[in-house]
Design a protein around this ligand. Structure first.
Ligand SMILES: Cc1ncc(COP(=O)(O)O)c(C=O)c1O
Length: 372
C-alpha cells in the first residue's frame, strides 16, 4: 500500500506549556480583562519595539483603525496606501469615510515606491498608510519627508514586521505610530490581537480610551467621553503575548535560520526568484517566505504539484484595488498599479513557520523544482 505523505502546513504558532501555564494563571486570577496582565504586556512590548508607549488592541486591523481615528481622517479625505498588502491597510480608513488612493510598489522590495506616493498626493490627501510588506521595512524616511512636506499623517502598518530594523533602529522606534499584529501566523501571537506603538503620551491615552468604548481616565464604567469601540485585547491574550515576547529573540533567530535554509535550497532552481536581500538600511523580520515565479501559469503548475504533495501554500498577495468590493465601490481596474498587479499574478507563499524543519523545506524545494 502507498504510504500517505505527511502534510507540510503553510504556517503555525510556536507555543508550548509556558503559554498554557500563563493562560491558566490568568484564569485562576479571575482578572480576565482590563487586569494587570495587559499593562505588563504593553510595557514589555514598548520596550522591545523601542517606543515609549504601546496600547494593546483586539487585532492589527483595530489598531490601524484607531490610528485613522486619532489622525482625524474622515469623509472627503484621500489616503494613500500600498496596493500590494492585506486589505486592512486600506479598510482602516475606509471605515472613517476616506477614499483609497493606491501608490504602486517597487518591483524589488514590493513596498510603496516613494515617487509613486509623491505623485499620488492631491489637495484632498490626508494621510499615508505605509506598509512593511512581508516584514521588509518600507522607505520610512522618504515617506516621512513627503508627509511633512504636504502636512499629512503617517501611519505605519508594521503588522508583518515585528523585529525588523530600519536604518539601525527597531521598527516602532522611529517616531511614526506603528501597528503590529498577532494573528497565529505572525512572528508572535496572542491568538487574535494587535498593538499600537506611539511616541506621544497623549495619543497613547486616547488610544486606550478609544479601544475601551471611549471611557475616560477618571470617570466610571458608564461614562463615555468620546465615541469609542470595543477593541480591547483580553488578559488571556496578553498573558500569551508576554511569554511570546520572552521567546521573541529565539523565534526571530529560528525564522532567520529557516529563511537561510530556503535560500540555499532554492537558489539554483531555475525560475524561482527569492525575496529581496537585506541591505544596510533594511533588515527583514521573516513573516512569510514568498517567492516570485516566472508567470501565473508557472505558479498554477507549482500549486497543482504542492496539492498532490500535500504542501501548504497561498497566493500572497492579491492587489487590494482589484478585490471584488474595491472594483464595485471605486471602479478600480487592471492597469492602475502594474507593478503590484504583476507581482500578484506570480508570487507564492511557501510553508514557513518558526519550527519548520529542514526535511519539510527540502520537500518544498523538490516539489518546486519538479513543477518548474
Ligand atoms: C499588512 C497587514 N496589515 C494588517 C493586518 C491585519 O491584522 P489582523 O489580522 O490582526 O487584523 C495584517 C494581518 O494579516 C497584515 O498582514
Amino acid at each position: 500500500m502507498k504510504q500517505e505523505v505527511k502534510p507540510v502546513p503553510l504556517s503555525g504558532p510556536y507555543v508550548d506549556e509556558r503559554e498554557e501555564e500563563a493562560v491558566a494563571e490568568v484564569l485562576r486570577s479571575g482578572r480576565l480583562s482590563l487586569g494587570p496582565t495587559i499593562d505588563r504586556f504593553e510595557e514589555l512590548f514598548a520596550e522591545k519595539a523601542g517606543a515609549p508607549y504601546a496600547a494593546a488592541v483586539s487585532s492589527g486591523t483595530a489598531g490601524l483603525h484607531l490610528l485613522c481615528v486619532t489622525a482625524g481622517i474622515g469623509a472627503g479625505d484621500e489616503v494613500i496606501t500600498s496596493p500590494y498588502s492585506f486589505a486592512a491597510s486600506a479598510n482602516c480608513f475606509i471605515y472613517e469615510g476616506a477614499t483609497p488612493v493606491f501608490a504602486d510598489v517597487d518591483a524589488r522590495t514590493l513596498n510603496m515606491d516613494p515617487a509613486a506616493v509623491e505623485a499620488a498626493v492631491t489637495p484632498r490627501t490626508r494621510a499615508i498608510v505605509a506598509v512593511d510588506i512581508y516584514g521588509y521595512p518600507c522607505e520610512l524616511d522618504e515617506l516621512r519627508a513627503i508627509a511633512e512636506r504636504h502636512g499629512l499623517a503617517l501611519i505605519q502598518d508594521a503588522c508583518e514586521a515585528l523585529g525588523a530594523r530600519y536604518r539601525g533602529g527597531q521598527i516602532g522606534s522611529h517616531g511614526p505610530s506603528a501597528v503590529f499584529a498577532f494573528y497565529p501566523n505572525k512572528q508572535m501571537t496572542t491568538g487574535e490581537g494587535g498593538i499600537v506603538t506611539t511616541h506621544s503620551e497623549e495619543e497613547w491615552r486616547l488610544l486606550r480610551s478609544l479601544r475601551n468604548q471611549g471611557r475616560g481616565d477618571a470617570g466610571g464604567w458608564l461614562e463615555h467621553v468620546r465615541l469609542g469601540f470595543n477593541y480591547r485585547l483580553d488578559d488571556i491574550g496578553a498573558a500569551i503575548g508576554i511569554v511570546q515576547l520572552e521567546k521573541l529573540d529565539g523565534i526571530l533567530a529560528l525564522r532567520n535560520e529557516a529563511a537561510e535554509r530556503y535560500g540555499e535550497l532554492l537558489r539554483d532552481i531555475d525560475g524561482v526568484e527569492l525575496p529581496c536581500e537585506n541591505d544596510e538600511d533594511h533588515v527583514r523580520s521573516w513573516f512569510v517566505y514568498v517567492v516570485t515565479l516566472p508567470d501565473n501559469a508557472a505558479r498554477e503548475r507549482v500549486i497543482a504539484h504542492f496539492e498532490r504533495e500535500r504542501i501548504g501554500y497561498n497566493r500572497y498577495l492579491p492587489s487590494i484595488h482589484l478585490q471584488p468590493y474595491m472594483r464595485e465601490r471605486y471602479g478600480f481596474r487592471e492597469g492602475l498599479c502594474p507593478v503590484s498587479e504583476d507581482a500578484s499574478s506570480r508570487t507564492l507563499a511557501l510553508p514557513f513557520f518558526t519550527a519548520i524543519e529542514r526535511d519539510a523545506q527540502e520537500r518544498v524545494a523538490e516539489a518546486l523544482a519538479a513543477a518548474l
